[in-house]
Design a protein around this ligand. Sequence first.
Ligand code: NAP
Length: 284
Amino acid sequence: MITGKTKVIGIFGSPIGHTLSPVIHNEAFRALKIDYCYVPFHVKKENLREAVQAIRALNLKGVNVTVPHKERVVEYLDELSEEVLKIGAANTILNSEGILKGFNTDVKGFITSIKEEGVEIAGRKVLLIGAGGAARAVAYGVLKEAGKVYIFNRTVEKAKEIEKQFNDIGEIRALPELSERVTRDMEIVINATSLGMKRDDPYPIDPYLLNSSHIYYDVVYPQTPLMREVKKKGCKVIGGLGMLVWQAVYAFEIWTGVRPSAEIFMKILNKVLTNSKKFATKHT
Ligand code: NAP
């Protein structure tokens, strides 16, 4: 029950209708008997500054920030975590008595999710496709774990920028193209583009270039067509649900001081996805 004492968390994005975060967090608050609630806010680009000021004015305890605001929001915050300073993007804000602190829980979310699948990153060659916010978080995480990043993006200049910006952390190289010679050498292949979200999207990489020795990780969830395709080839495949769950776990901990178990979040998420599949089947 929401009372005058309930602490409020928000999420800022545009569009916002598709987000699963309100369901995940509200169910977890209920399950753990924590007096918080989580509300979606459709914040248009031109209103971001006012929305961030409203965190203080409305005394929200914190917010998540999603597409397209993760990068621009940084300039309106008071304090930034180490990874936000380097990546230039935040997905979680804590309102600490009027001081707005920015975090990027996608980094730890990615690392924890790949490690819990038994994949070690140190010393391994990682082909990273994409150069947006998710790719920056993944590149930072891989380099911090002493992996070697080979980054390819449709807009090659953006991959080169990331190479330049991150090469003081570890080994990173931008690739001008995806050739058989280069991919053969890779151990982990990660899709961090938005390709796979829509049914008719092209593949981020030609499946012909992948074989059973590759580990394929896709940040997109729940399951992309390419994940199905490369599973058939015998690759170990990891989807983006684990990252979604763990970034939420770490954000939840930042706001409440309580670390929930990832199982609670995964259970809620699976329930939501099953229900939305049933809904889609009924209405198509
Ligand atoms: P973003 O900043 O908008 O970046 C999008 C990336 O996709 C860019 O590299 C872009 O290339 C590429 N791209 C888009 N359309 C393309 C096309 N037709 N052909 C080739 N490349 C294309 O988005 P983001 O924030 O990084 O998010 C990317 C995906 O990660 C989204 O699906 C998001 O939901 C997912 N994500 C998942 C999690 C999780 O917890 N699992 C966390 C964060 C994000 P250009 O630079 O050439 O435009």
